[in-house]
Design a protein around this ligand. Structure first.
Ligand SMILES: Cc1cc2nc3c(=O)[nH]c(=O)nc-3n(C[C@H](O)[C@H](O)[C@H](O)COP(=O)(O)OP(=O)(O)OC[C@H]3O[C@@H](n4cnc5c(N)ncnc54)[C@H](O)[C@@H]3O)c2cc1C
Ligand SMILES: *[C@@H]1O[C@H](CO)[C@@H](O)[C@H](O)[C@H]1NC(C)=O
Ligand SMILES: *[C@@H]1O[C@H](CO)[C@@H](O)[C@H](O)[C@H]1NC(C)=O
Ligand SMILES: *[C@@H]1O[C@H](CO)[C@@H](O)[C@H](O)[C@H]1NC(C)=O
Ligand SMILES: *[C@@H]1O[C@H](CO)[C@@H](O)[C@H](O)[C@H]1NC(C)=O
Ligand SMILES: *[C@@H]1O[C@H](CO)[C@@H](O)[C@H](O)[C@H]1NC(C)=O
Ligand SMILES: *[C@@H]1O[C@H](CO)[C@@H](O)[C@H](O)[C@H]1NC(C)=O
Ligand SMILES: *[C@@H]1O[C@H](CO)[C@@H](O)[C@H](O)[C@H]1NC(C)=O
Length: 534
């Protein structure tokens, strides 16, 4: 990752100069909205402490704090009318009731990692409901469960679990500043996916605020809604206040490794082999493949492929297993690092060896970049000639990276319709294509060029990826897929991205939507519209 850390002062000035505050056409609406909020929130903590308008000195700071993609943040054409930094559940309830009554769109933000910035941008007058202050984590070791509020991060969750136990963990994302609110709703996966599936496969209850401002739990929302919010992207159904999760068991010591091979060192043969082996390995072993272009100067380029592994056990067992299953990789004891499970979360997140686990409590991503991401699922092995094509595009583009995450294991055992998350058995791996750039590489001005490059890679892989539909991962949100005709969520348009994100579950999701939010209050550019009645 290339990072420009001193970017912030420049950006703040840029925004203040270039983005106008949205004034809703009817300023009475605006005043009425603010008068509505205290009336609707029943709390010992006054909601006025939670309301920020552009007049408040901290507005700009809070607005950009969790606006993680500079591409979407800096090209936004308007700012929110207000940010409600809920300090109590009733503040979130009031935000729903008053935004609905006074016709403001609500954008819900937990960790702010949406790849298209949908949690903090909109083309119509909007209010951000920011959940980051609602971040409590209550762990009950007697039942091995926890209630986790939407504003908690994955890092905080890992830290709090480790405080109580060194033999428990939770299967969710690799990045430690993801918000539980947004992250789980799209599925949530990490290096435990083969052993324990997705985050939502380990969710047993939830608190959801519906479009009438009511707080529902699993029982009161009903099994249909509970099904939908596990993988359907909650944005369409309501606001997640908290999730109740079942912790998973991990051994006291786990083993991680990274082995790198360039094309000259046989990376093509190994990547070809990896596709056949990685999805079939025992569940305790997860090996991510990460190819990246390397420029040695001049026209001397190559691709270096990293094999990044996580094993739920010690190095001896891992070496025995690799010796049988994937000897070609040549894993040695020197490549293996043994550590506790929580330390392995640091390893995956890219913290240097020796970092204190306290870094898990840093709730904000510090290094922001301009970025565009896309995703694919693969059901067949990419032939060597396809890998050569991939390498060539990587070397041509250079700024791009690819992550290939193996499936198999637990993902084969859960049916496509058990939750709203439909990409299960039959997939060999899921791929993330990402391109990142900085202010010095053209910043917002270079957006069109870099976005086009990401599409070029995506198009090059079309012959090998899943097709009809070409499936995509909702947590890797990509506004390129589906319709781009207008921002009205027309049902026919939604069917296009719906099929890619949810496959055969789309119609059931639209049916649930029609029941819980028939007026389509909760919406964004890729939300699920109510199923039209016939
Ligand atoms: C650096 C990075 C690493 C990532 N790594 C992984 C990974 O390892 N595994 C993985 O699965 N994904 C990963 N992702 C994708 C990530 O899971 C999604 O972007 C996810 O939506 C982020 O959730 P959030 O709360 O941080 O984001 P937000 O931008 O706050 O929210 C994302 C979406 O969910 C909605 N939303 C947020 N909170 C709520 C709520 N409380 N109720 C209802 N709707 C809500 C928002 O409106 C928005 O549409 C990564 C993303 C980034 C940027
Ligand atoms: C924001 O400013 C208003 C006055 O403009 C003030 O009443 C309110 O308390 C401020 N909010 C916060 C959270 O500081
Ligand atoms: C912001 O301040 C201006 C002038 O100080 C005032 O006219 C306006 O009503 C204020 N807006 C809000 C939302 O408080
Ligand atoms: C290309 O770079 C690599 C790594 O620096 C080096 O080993 C190799 O000799 C170079 N090849 C040419 C043709 O310069
Ligand atoms: C790997 O397998 C070979 C041949 O079966 C054996 O000789 C060797 O000891 C094994 N190594 C490990 C680390 O298990
Ligand atoms: C971290 O680094 C120290 C010192 O360099 C080394 O002794 C230790 O084995 C390393 N631990 C891990 C987990 O890499
Ligand atoms: C971006 O474009 C604007 C307007 O053309 C120009 O003033 C600015 O210098 C450009 N910024 C960069 C980083 O190229
Ligand atoms: C929609 O996408 C297509 C294909 O990517 C493109 O040709 C077209 O210009 C886009 N339309 C709009 C309105 O952006």
């Amino acid at each position: 990752m290339k990072i420009s850390s001193s970017i912030f002062p420049i950006i703040s000035i840029f925004i203040l100069l270039s983005i106008s505050s949205v004034t809703p056409s009817d300023s009475d609406d605006f005043d009425d909205f603010f008068q509505c909020l205290p009336k609707q929130s029943d709390s010992s903590i006054p909601i006025t402490d939670a309301i920020l308008t552009p007049n408040n000195s901290s507005f700009q700071y809070i607005y950009q704090l969790r606006a993680n993609n500079l591409r979407t943040f800096l090209s936004a054409t308007s700012r929110p009318v207000a940010i409600i930094t809920a300090l109590h559940p009733s503040h979130a309830q009031a935000a729903v009731i008053c935004a609905k009554r006074h016709d403001f769109q609500l954008r819900i933000r937990s960790g702010g990692h949406d790849y298209e910035g949908l949690s903090y941008t909109s083309d119509v007058p909007f209010v951000i409901l920011d959940m980051f202050n609602l971040n409590s984590i209550d762990i009950d070791m007697s039942t091995e469960t926890a209630w986790v509020q939407a504003g908690a991060t994955t890092g905080e969750l890992y830290y709090r679990i480790a405080e109580k136990s060194n033999v428990h963990g939770f299967p969710s994302g690799v990045c430690t500043t993801l918000g539980i609110g947004g992250h789980f709703s799209g599925g949530g996966y990490g290096f435990l996916i083969r052993k324990y599936g997705l985050s939502i496969d380990n969710v047993i209850d939830a608190q959801l605020i519906d479009a009438n401002g009511r707080i529902l739990n699993r029982k009161s929302m009903g099994e249909d809604v509970f099904w939908a919010i596990r993988g359907g992207g909650t944005t369409s159904f309501g606001i997640i206040l908290s999730w109740r999760i079942k912790l998973v068991r991990v051994p006291p010591r786990v083993t991680v490794f990274t082995v790198q091979r360039t094309l000259e060192q046989g990376a093509t043969e190994l990547a070809y082999r990896w596709q056949q082996v990685a999805p079939k390995l025992p569940k305790d072993l997860f090996i991510r493949l990460q190819p990246e272009p390397i420029n040695n100067g001049g026209n001397n380029k190559t691709v270096r492929v990293s094999f990044i592994g996580h094993f739920l056990g010690q190095a001896d067992g891992l070496l025995r297993l690799m010796n049988v299953s994937f000897p070609e990789l040549g894993l040695t004891r020197n490549d293996c690092l043994e550590m506790s499970w929580v330390e392995s979360t640091l390893y995956w997140a890219g913290f240097s060896n020796g970092s204190s686990i306290d870094v898990l409590l840093d709730r904000v991503a510090v290094n922001k970049v301009f970025a565009k991401e896309k995703s694919d699922y693969y059901k067949a092995v990419i032939p060597k000639q396809g890998l050569e094509t991939l390498w060539q595009v990587l070397m041509d583009i250079e700024d791009i990276f690819v992550q290939m995450n193996p499936y198999g294991g637990r993902m084969e055992e859960i049916s496509d319709s058990e939750t709203a998350f439909a990409h299960r058995a039959g997939n060999l791996f899921k791929v993330l294509y990402g391109i990142q750039w900085s202010e010095s590489e053209g910043g917002v001005n270079a957006t069109a060029r870099y976005v086009e490059l990401s599409r070029r890679l995506y198009n090059a892989m079309a012959p090998y990826a899943s097709s009809n539909p070409r499936e995509a991962f909702i947590n890797y949100r990509d506004l390129d897929i589906g319709s781009n005709e207008s921002d009205e969520t027309d049902f026919e348009d939604a069917k296009e991205y719906g099929a890619k994100y949810f496959r055969n579950n789309f119609i059931r999701l639209a049916d649930v939507k029609a029941k819980i939010d028939p007026k389509n209050f909760f919406k964004n550019e890729q939300s699920i519209p109510p199923l039209p009645s016939h």
